[in-house]
Structures are given as C-alpha cells and as structure tokens.
Ligand binder design. Structure first.
Ligand code: GLY
Length: 587
C-alpha cells in the first residue's frame, strides 16, 4: 500500500506502534453510555458528558460505537477502533457511512508527536473535464452533477482506512472488517432514523433498481424500525477486501462491478481510475487560539484553513465576556464567517493542482486586517464583501467520529458520500452506494453548489483532482497534549459547527456535552443571512436585526461527535443529540 501513497507535503511516516494485547486484560471497566453522568464533577450542569478513563468513542451510530469500543477494550488503539467504526458505519448507516465515498482522518499521537492527516478524498476520473456539468449553452446541469453516474468521484474510503491501519494500527484489515461483515451478513435491528431516511429519499433512491432492491422490501416499502436488515452483497464486497486487502476493492470483482455500473449509464470511472487511486498523507493546518493549538484538515478541505482564520479574527474580541450566543457574539462570529467564506470561494482548491495561500489565510496579521472591517453595530452586506488579499502565496449528510485510546492517541475522522445516500446509485451486485462528490467542484466558476457555496477557478474540475471539501476533523491540544477531538457533518455548515464547539469549550468553558448540544448559528457569505437553530432568544434575534442582519430559522445543523481529555486523563464524550442514533461510549 505505501508505494501507492502521495506524500504532500512530504511527511515522515512514524514507525508502527507495538501495542501489546496484554492491555486487554486491563480492559474490565464498566461501559458507560450516553446517559451516564458523574454528579461529582458535573453538578449543576445541564448536559452530562459520558465519562471514561481508558477509552472513548463517539460516533453517529450506537452499533459503530459498540464495536469500536470493544476494539479498545481488547487492547487495540485509537486507529484500530476508528477503522473498525468506519467500516461498521458503512453497514449500519448507509446514508453517510460508506465505502463508496471518501474523507479525512486526523491522527494526533498521545506522546506529543506531530499530528498527521490522511486524505482519502475522492478524485475526479481521468475522463472528467472542466465543463463536464455544463450544457452546450454553458448552463450548469445540476441533475448530472448530483444524481448521475458522472457525479461519482473515484472512492477513497477503503484505501484511506487501510492506510491508517497500516501506518498506526495493530489490527489486520481482516480483523477491522470482521464486525462490519458480521453486521452486513447477519443483519441488525434498524432504528427509526434508518426507516425515516429511506422514506424521505424514496423517490430519488427508487429510480435505481439496485438501490431499490438493496434498501427496500419487494413491495417498495422501507424496512420498519426493529426489523432485521441484512446486506448480503455488501457483506461479500467487504469480504473481498478482507481476503485481498485494498486490491479486493480497487481491482478484481468489485472494480469490475463498479465499472460495469458506469458503462451501463455513461459514467466515467474506469478500471485504471480505480487502480490508480492513491490516498495522501498531509500536514494538518495548524493555528493557535487563546493559547490552545488547533490542528485541522488541510486542502483539499477548506475546513481547517477557515476554522483557524475565523478563530484568528475572533481572538481580538473578548468573546467569553460578550457571552455565549449573545447578539454581540453572534454578530462578531457572523461577520468573521462571511469574510472567511468569501476567501474560500476564491482561493481554496486541491493543493496538488493549485497554489493556495495557506500561510496568508491563517496568519494573525491577515486576521487583524480583516478584523478592522468589523464594526460592532452594523453588519456589512455580503455584496460589499469580496475575497481579501492574504499575503505570502504558498448531506448535508456526512458523518464524523472521534476516538481516544488509553495512550491518549486521538483520531478525528469525517467521511462522506456527499448527500444523504450520495448519488442514490448502488453498484449493482456490490451492495454499496456511490458518492456524488463531483458536485463539490465548481461546475462553473461563480455558480453555487448544492450547499450554496460559490467556488472559483481554484476548484474547477481537472482529471485526478480532489474536489474542495468543508470537512473539518479537528484536534485541539492544550500544553502539548490532546485536549479536544471533534468534527461534524453538515456540508457548508461543517466549518462553523466545528468552530462553535471549539469556542464553546475555550471561550465559554462548557463541558463537552453542553458544547455539543448548545444552539448553533451559521453564516456563509452568500446567502446573506444568519441561520439559527432553535434556542436563540427573540431578544437576541431582534438585536441582530437592528444591526442589519437577516436572521433565518434553520433545521438542526451538524452532528458533532466529540471527546474531551482532561489533564488527569479523564475522558468525556459528547454525542450530538441532533442525531437520534448518536452515541458516546467510554470505559
Ligand atoms: N461533500 C461535502 C464536503 O465534503 O464538504
């Protein structure tokens, strides 16, 4: 596998860690679930995090949390547990857990060594062209960029998770896949959310016979809560990976099934695209905020860059004193968010193809310049804001999980097939859904994608290029040790969701469950509005309106599964209540 990996910028690969399985004998502590609490330390607090001392897992599905926690109890490390969770989610949560998509894994070792990012974002097939999603008149055809076989980028998840295991894991790929194969083969009792998702997406999904046959009953109805749901084709696909390693996905039977699917429907992915797919090891974006070190995802994600940029701008305001979700705080955040999203539209893209001024965008000096444009009493209309001049050139359904092991190693992983159920297209015979990540490219500079995000030349379609993402797996260190592990789904709102949990902890001194649960806001430059979740007071909304803001109520934003590690080693898990299946488990 390692000879297939891109190193960009070049990163030294640390040696494998010889974790002993003896540790398993120590793993006889009580499992604590999302309803546990510790009144001694949490007295008076509204939302209680899950507590542990040896290991903690927070994912968006109870079954994935369970199998990952078991890996930790058996003596596995955070990477072993994360990879196991990643494959388990591909079975239990097909709307976003995946092997047909891609993502980013941030790894921060417990010994204080430098964090590292594994980029397994999808790539554009070799046959993709800049105008792929435009008609003859140059109009963008969203149907094609979102719901066709051409919408699929070359999947990266299998290669990325396998690489993480190879670099830092102790389990074999076969062992990490075993729980997922069992869940696919024997089935699992489905939760309400599984049924609801399939019912909501029925029309879009049932257009494709293989999707209908995989996820619905013969009469076309969705399986009901409590029923056992089996996926024999997916089990066989996962088994081929277990038997042959990544070649069991990128070559052989599975690759053939993917390419057959493409050829039947004008898709672009070829056997060569699959064989040539390479994950990359990247240097994470690094910034500081009020003395904490922030590590987050570098391009082709925009997430880390803009989280650091927004934090740099906000560092100049006394946010803690201004108060959580006060009008003054929300106003400052929204103004800073607008400036960052304007820069995103201009500068961000895959650094293997374009130069991105990362140093400038994340510098304190540039943030100070931008901060001067923010006035306390009045919002700046979006049309007045243009991308800035940083110096020094150089599904909404996604799912995030965080893991910390007994050695303090931390994994923050976000992966996706883009929309809920991706393109909606299941690879016939292979039982998994394909992403529609090609929509994250700029189909035409200046045109918004499905999240309303505007992209520029830097994010135009090119063969082999990775489409710009907002996924922001993030790890915060305090005095050199891992402190906060976080990240979220939510399309364009991933950046602001993650940002707010970091601020809730650092500025507002919240425990992790409170930080995760607190109402969130979002501004992305265009549309020129602050979106707010339920729970922001009418008084605050009134004050924001008096500063000129348009304030729009929004559905819940993000699902941020987070872990906090206190100085004494106590682990706190915060599962996001915005997803009914979210689950933090520790021991
Ligand atoms: N597909 C959403 C993202 O990567 O940002």
């Amino acid at each position: 596998m390692l000879d297939r990996v891109i190193y960009s910028p070049r990163t030294k690969i640390p040696p494998r860690r010889p974790w002993g399985l003896i540790a398993a004998l120590l793993a006889s502590f009580l499992t604590v679930t999302a309803h546990a609490s510790n009144p001694a330390i949490l007295e008076g607090e509204r939302f209680h995090p899950v507590q542990g001392s040896q290991g903690m897992v927070a994912t968006s599905h109870t079954l994935a949390s369970e199998v990952a926690l078991q890996v930790l109890k058996n003596g596995g490390n955070a990477i072993d547990a994360a990879v196991t969770a990643g494959f388990a989610l591909a079975v239990t949560q097909p709307r976003s857990g995946n092997i047909g998509g891609g993502g980013f894994l941030l790894y921060s070792p417990g010994d204080g060594n430098t964090p590292e990012a594994i980029d397994y974002r999808e790539t554009a097939p070799a046959a993709a062209t800049e105008t792929l999603f435009q008609d003859n008149a140059g109009n963008v055809v969203n149907e094609r960029s979102r719901f066709s076989h051409q919408a699929a980028g070359v999947p990266g998840t299998v290669a990325g998770l396998a690489l993480a295991l190879e670099l830092h894991g102790t389990l074999t790929l076969k062992d990490a896949l075993a729980p997922a194969i069992r869940l696919a083969q024997d089935g699992f009792a489905i939760p309400q959310r599984f049924t609801e998702g399939l019912e909501q997406a029925r029309e879009r999904l049932q257009r494709w016979p293989a999707t209908k046959a995989t996820f619905y009953k013969e009469d076309g109805s969705a399986p009901q809560p409590g029923e056992v749901f089996k996926q024999p084709e997916l089990a066989a696909t996962l088994q081929r990976i277990a038997d042959r390693g990544i070649e069991g996905f990128y070559e052989g039977e599975t690759a053939r099934l993917i390419v057959d699917e493409m050829q039947r429907h004008d898709g672009l992915i070829t056997l060569a695209d699959l064989k040539n797919y390479q994950p990359a090891i990247r240097q994470p974006i690094h910034g500081t905020y009020r003395g904490f070190d922030i590590f987050s995802m570098s391009p082709p994600s925009s997430g880390g860059t803009h989280i650091v940029q927004i934090l740099n701008i906000l560092e100049g305001f006394p946010i803690g004193e201004m108060g959580h979700n006060s009008a003054a705080t929300i106003h400052s955040m929204a103004e800073a968010m607008k400036l960052a999203y304007a820069d995103r539209s201009e500068y961000l893209g895959d650094t293997d193809f374009v130069e991105v001024p990362l140093t400038g965008l994340t510098s304190k000096d540039y943030a100070a310049e931008l901060r001067k444009t923010i006035t306390p009493d009045k919002t700046r209309p979006a049309e007045e804001i243009k991308p800035g001049q940083p110096a020094a050139w150089e599904s909404p359904e996604t799912t995030h999980f965080s893991v910390v092991d007994r050695w303090g190693n931390a994994v923050s992983n976000t992966y996706t097939i883009n929309f809920s159920y991706g393109s909606g297209i299941t690879v016939a015979g292979a039982g998994f859904l394909l992403n529609n990540e090609m929509d994250d490219f700029s189909a035409k500079p200046g045109e918004p994608n499905a999240y309303g995000l505007i992209g520029g030349e830097a994010n135009k379609i090119e063969p082999g290029k990775r489409m710009l993402s907002s996924m922001s797996p993030t790890i915060v260190r305090k005095d050199g040790r891992n402190y906060l592990v976080t990240g979220s789904p939510g399309g364009s709102r991933i950046i602001t969701t993650t940002l707010q949990v970091v601020m809730n902890v650092i500025d507002h001194n919240m425990n992790i469950q409170t930080a995760v649960s607190a109402p969130r806001i979002h501004h992305q430059w265009w549309p020129d509005e602050i979106r707010i979740e339920q729970g922001i007071s009418p008084d605050t909304i009134g004050l924001l309106q008096s500063k000129g803001h348009k304030v729009t109520p929004s559905n819940a934003m993000g699902a941020i599964q987070s872990i906090m590690i206190e100085g004494d080693g106590t682990l706190y898990g915060g599962a996001d209540p915005r997803r009914s299946t979210s689950s933090a488990m520790g021991y």
